[in-house]
Design a protein around this ligand. Structure first.
Ligand code: AMP
Length: 214
């Protein structure tokens, strides 16, 4: 089963993708994570995308499609979860072609609905474990009092460089302008389901499970 988690930054796509990996043996393909990795390891491509990412703009379709193309050739396990990809109609078209080349199909697109106010407060409060990438939130899922990640025991927590007010504004603008048209696109293809992304993490997880098990 191959699915897309669609939603603005801070909607909870990464958190839910991690559950699906653990429980359904799926593979999370987050273009944001791949680009951050390239940036941190200082590759040529990483250098090209660093400023664009810091500003909260989208990197070129060509770059992210190339990243996804590579990953689709690998082990498919229980299927792919596309997280933060596609973000433009051109990327959506490319994804259909890439999946077809691999003899795969897209089975569901789950839109995670959240309002802007909640996004801003979530993003300002979030951090991730440097060891395993588990996502924490100062208000709803604080880092344990002993300072250790409850998943891997790691003690280093990072805040993303682009989780600041200015770049967030730009990221939301990019989402509404370039990514939200995908909601209509996948609705027309009969693939779209929507869940309320504002609920408790466990409630959102249950709603997603309902869609996938239907
Ligand atoms: P994310 O972790 O998904 O919020 O992505 C972080 C940043 O990486 C975005 O603000 C973009 O600059 C870039 N990015 C990630 N995925 C894509 C994509 N599919 N298309 C274009 N830019 C992307």
């Amino acid at each position: 089963m191959n699915i897309i988690l669609l939603g603005p930054p801070g909607a909870g796509k990464g958190t839910q993708a991690r559950f699906l990996c653990e429980e359904r043996d799926m593979i999370q393909l987050s273009t944001g994570d791949m680009l951050r990795e390239a940036k941190d390891s200082g590759t040529e491509m990483g250098k090209i995308v660093a400023d664009v990412m810091a500003r909260g703009e989208l990197v070129t379709d060509e770059i992210v499609i190339g990243l996804i193309r590579e990953k689709l050739k690998g082990d498919k396990k229980g299927g792919f979860i596309f997280d933060g990809f596609p973000r433009t109609l051109a990327q959506a078209d490319a994804l259909s072609e890439l999946l077809a080349e691999e003899g795969e199909t897209l089975d569901a697109v789950i839109e995670m609905r959240v309002d802007d106010e909640a996004l801003v407060s979530r993003i300002k409060a979030r951090s991730t474990c440097g060891g395993c990438g588990d996502v924490y939130n100062d208000n709803t899922k604080p880092i344990p009092e002993d300072g250790k990640c409850s998943n891997c025991g790691g003690t280093e927590f990072k805040r993303r460089a682009d989780d600041n007010e200015e770049s967030l504004k730009q990221r939301l603008m990019e989402y509404y302008k370039k990514t939200s048209p995908l909601i209509g696109y996948y609705h027309a293809k009969g693939l779209l389901s929507s869940v309320d992304g504002l609920g408790e993490i466990s409630a959102v997880k249950a709603d997603i499970a309902k869609v996938l098990d239907a």
